[in-house]
Design a protein around this ligand. Structure first.
Ligand SMILES: Cc1cc2nc3c(=O)[nH]c(=O)nc-3n(C[C@H](O)[C@H](O)[C@H](O)COP(=O)(O)O)c2cc1C
Length: 473
């Protein structure tokens, strides 16, 4: 009889708060790297209370690992520094190779039940700086092997001749999601040398037919010793567990926060690069789905040459996706609104402004706050285009930002501008709110936006504007 894999370690995990305030179970992590090699960390989610997770995991970097997020139930919205956006729904998986570096965010959305896990898989030393990539694994592409007593979802690797939905390029791990019905037995055979563990979401199990009273409860990871065959029996109730198997790397692990390398020096380099904005090495991630060309125009209430808000609008040029045609409109030639002038015919500058706004699918504003309100340059331009029978902004989406050297970042102008939006029937994007405070510290001497986190939120706002444009189209 094939040598049975024996239980060598049980880890219950700890209830922790991570990201911006997500309550989850850290099943194993940095204290267990040797035992679980090549698997670095496992976080399990099982909550019927959205307050546990909706704060999500806002912008953070990764390097040197793969993160594998699998949801049995739930919804996580994902976006990254390159404008990629995606969703993980029930029965879906995202296999992200961070490789040389990526900055991303993962935001769970409220659902009656969020059940799933995020696994960190180490990359071999020679592949740590590989090109970042995504594997989007849709539910329909995951083969389900129905054996009567068990249903096995083959996410990665191979099971009974069934190839999984995904094949890892580096550590070629097997990832199965197993539904084992009460009283049923199931076994799994693979390379006896592989590291193999399961995490039990629900149910109770026995792993040794010669010792049927030895039961292992749910919500823990079970690590098995070397051996040809894993044997499991669901005792008393149905079981749901994930099984991971892979060849240990046996390489040194240097781990700081979301970055896992082989040496401290490599970590120091990574963090230095994050500070001086040279962290992202490769833009080779799959691009977001192709969309029709979208036209967005940028407006600001500042006329001064070295305006921070102008600089924000200029920074947007580098942040918009390829399918966006983006132009900043200069308002310096627009005269004061005067009904008498209007009656005689629109000044060329105003006619030109109206034409550009008509052609636009959406508007992006970055404006200063003057005395807690809208600078006259911007208000005046909006007043001009609010008149007459042809209204270029009517029903169009608008995204609003403000930059100021103050601590509030011009928060108040945004609410005055929103009030004006009601009159013009502009549709403002509500989230994220982008207040660029302490603006004098976020640009270099040439007026180039250098603050990475600010770029990230601006990118989010652009994406929200694009979503709104597509929704209204
Ligand atoms: C007339 C005037 C009023 C201002 N009022 C405010 C204010 O209410 N809140 C604020 O944060 N900054 C205020 N400021 C400071 C501006 O935020 C600062 O000058 C900023 O750099 C202007 O934006 P810009 O760099 O895009 O021109 C005011 C500046 C001026 C000229």
């Amino acid at each position: 009889m094939a040598a049975l894999r024996r239980v060598i370690k049980l880890v219950k995990g700890k209830q922790v708060t991570d990201g911006a305030g997500v309550n989850l179970v850290r099943v194993f992590g940095r204290d267990d790297t040797e035992d679980f090699d090549p698997f670095l960390m496992l976080d399990a989610f099982d909550s019927q209370n959205p307050a546990d997770y909706i704060k999500g995991f806002p912008w953070h970097p990764h390097r040197g690992i793969e993160t594998i997020t699998y949801l049995i139930k739930g919804h996580i919205e994902h976006s990254d520094s390159l404008g990629n956006k995606g969703d993980i729904y029930d029965g879906e998986c995202q296999w992200m190779t961070a490789g040389s570096g990526i900055i991303h965010q993962e935001m769970p959305k409220p659902k009656p039940h969020m059940l799933g896990a995020q696994l960190w898989l180490n990359l071999p030393a020679k592949d740590k700086m590989t090109k970042p990539a995504y594997g989007d694994i849709k539910a329909g592409s995951i083969p389900v092997v129905d054996e009567g007593g068990a249903k096995v979802h083959v996410i990665a690797g191979e099971y009974l001749g069934n190839k999984g939905a995904f094949e890892g390029k580096y550590v070629k791990a097997t990832y199965l999601d197993v539904e084992l019905f009460a009283g049923q037995e199931w076994s799994f055979t693979d390379d006896p040398e592989n590291t193999l563990f399961i995490y039990i979401f629900s149910g109770k199990a026995n792993f040794d037919p010669e010792d049927p009273d030895e039961l292992i409860e749910e919500r823990q990871a079970v690590l098995f010793g070397k051996g040809e065959k894993l044997w499991v029996k669901a005792v008393g109730q149905d079981m749901r567990f994930i099984l991971l198997s892979g060849k240990a790397l046996k390489e040194p692990v240097a781990w700081r926060g979301p970055i896992v390398m082989n040496t401290k020096e490599e970590l120091d380099i990574a963090f230095k690069e994050l500070n001086n904005n040279t962290f992202i090495k490769d833009n080779g991630i799959r691009s977001s789905e192709k969309m029709d060309k979208i036209k967005i125009v940028g407006l600001t209430g500042s006329l001064r040459e070295k305006s921070y808000n102008k600089a924000v609008l200029n920074a947007v040029k580098e942040l918009v996706p390829d399918n966006v045609d983006y132009e900043v409109i200069d308002l310096s030639d627009i005269p004061f609104y005067n009904e008498d002038v209007e009656k005689k015919g629109l000044p060329d500058s105003v006619a030109n402004l109206k034409k550009k706004l008509f052609e636009a699918d959406g508007v992006l504003v970055s404006t200063p706050e003057y005395n807690f309100s809208i600078p006259p340059v911007l208000k005046n331009a909006l007043d001009w285009v609010s008149r007459g029978s042809e209204l270029p902004l009517y029903g169009k989406p608008i995204a609003i930002m403000s930059a100021s050297p103050s601590m509030l970042g011009g928060a108040r102008v945004q609410y005055h501008l929103r009030q004006v939006c009601v009159s013009l029937n502009l549709i403002p994007v509500n989230k994220p709110e982008v207040f660029i405070s302490n603006a004098d510290k976020k640009f270099d001497e040439n007026g180039v936006l250098v603050d990475e986190m600010t770029k990230r939120v601006i990118k989010d706002l652009i994406n929200a504007l694009i979503d709104k444009i597509n929704e209204l189209k």
